[in-house]
Design a protein around this ligand. Structure first.
Ligand code: NAP
Length: 295
């Protein structure tokens, strides 16, 4: 079987085109420019790359952006003060605090300090609660991007056996909640596995749609999936460098062998990653529209 390669790069490009048009209309008709603030603490190279990408894409779409690079020694009080100022800043509709934060900062306190209306990452307990109740304001970006990948690739989720490997608060748990909802883009039967699941292959072999977010390179192998499965690989694992010094990145799925059995599969890179950033932009637009009473 020759698997359909689900290109997140291409689907994200299409969505960004739509977003860029929507922003132009908001500016023209409503004099409204969506604004995003990104906060980066410390000098973690991967976080810097993510924040750079977010800044570049928001500017290319016409989103007003402010970036705050804070030293790793910034105190929690200083960080909370900045968030409080941004909560009150009318040019800023979305606030993104790049995770992970240094050890001395309480992540929960920081995420709870963001005004839920500006919580474009969708990690505030109020927004996660609304998601669980089926009335979301903002969906967390990675699972939201995965749902869009499925919809726009014509993959029917309704009634499907979906198996999610990984139960993190940012991917696995919200993903399960999104696909459990009672709506035509969800309505799945969802199983969630984690590191203490007895034998994950018992579950992964049943999956019509398998979503893997564990952060362990090439863990899902061909013998763990059934013929015709749809595979979404969230993992980003840097396993070395090329001769020219570029990072070699692989997913949590052994792409080369699993694609021979799959009906459709996302590559790494170029699968879920571009969708995550794009959904952040979409949430920022939603936040701006909500402020203006347009959504
Ligand atoms: P995380 O917080 O480390 O959570 C990993 C989850 O996987 C945990 O629930 C853990 O179980 C489970 N797990 C680990 N090893 C396992 C195994 N062998 N079998 C079954 N379950 C296992 O990770 P995360 O933040 O969700 O990220 C996961 C991966 O996705 C990482 O590579 C990350 O870089 C990537 N990611 C990519 C994007 C993107 O936009 N492309 C976005 C977010 C994350 P326990 O709960 O029992 O510990």
């Amino acid at each position: 079987m020759s698997a359909q390669i689900i290109s997140g790069t291409e689907i994200a490009r299409q969505i960004r085109q739509e977003l860029s048009q929507e922003i132009a209309e908001l500016k023209e008709r409503h004099h409204l420019t969506p604004g995003l603030a990104t906060l980066l603490m410390g000098d973690d190279p991967a976080s810097q790359i993510y924040v750079n990408q977010k800044g570049k894409i928001s500017q290319s779409l016409g989103i007003y952006s402010e970036r705050y690079d804070l030293p790793a020694t910034t105190s929690e009080e200083e960080l909370l003060t900045l968030i409080d100022q941004l909560n009150g800043n009318s040019r800023i509709h979305g606030i993104l605090v790049q995770l992970p934060l240094p050890q001395h900062i309480n992540e929960t306190s920081v995420l709870c300090a963001i005004d839920p209306e500006k919580d474009v990452d969708g990690f505030h307990p109020m927004n996660l609660g609304k998601l669980m109740l089926g009335n979301p304001a903002y969906l967390p970006c990675t699972p939201c991007g995965i749902q869009q990948l499925l919809i726009r690739s014509g993959i029917k989720v309704e009634g499907a056996e979906v198996v999610i490997v990984g139960r993190s608060n940012i991917v696995g748990k919200p993903m399960a909640n999104i696909l459990l909802q009672k709506n035509p883009w969800a309505n799945a039967t969802v199983t969630v596995c984690h590191s203490l699941s007895r034998d994950i292959s018992v579950h992964t072999r049943r999956a019509d749609i398998l979503i893997v977010a564990i952060g362990k390179p090439k863990t899902i192998t061909a013998d763990m999936v059934k013929e015709g499965v749809v595979v979404i690989d969230v993992g980003v694992n840097r396993i070395g460098k090329t001769a020219t010094g570029k990072s070699i990145v692989v997913g949590d799925v052994d792409f080369d062998t699993v694609k021979l059995k799959a009906r459709a599969i996302t590559p790494v890179p170029g699968g879920v990653g571009p969708m995550t950033i794009t959904m952040l932009m979409a949430n920022t637009i939603t936040a701006a529209k909500r402020t203006a009473g347009l959504s």
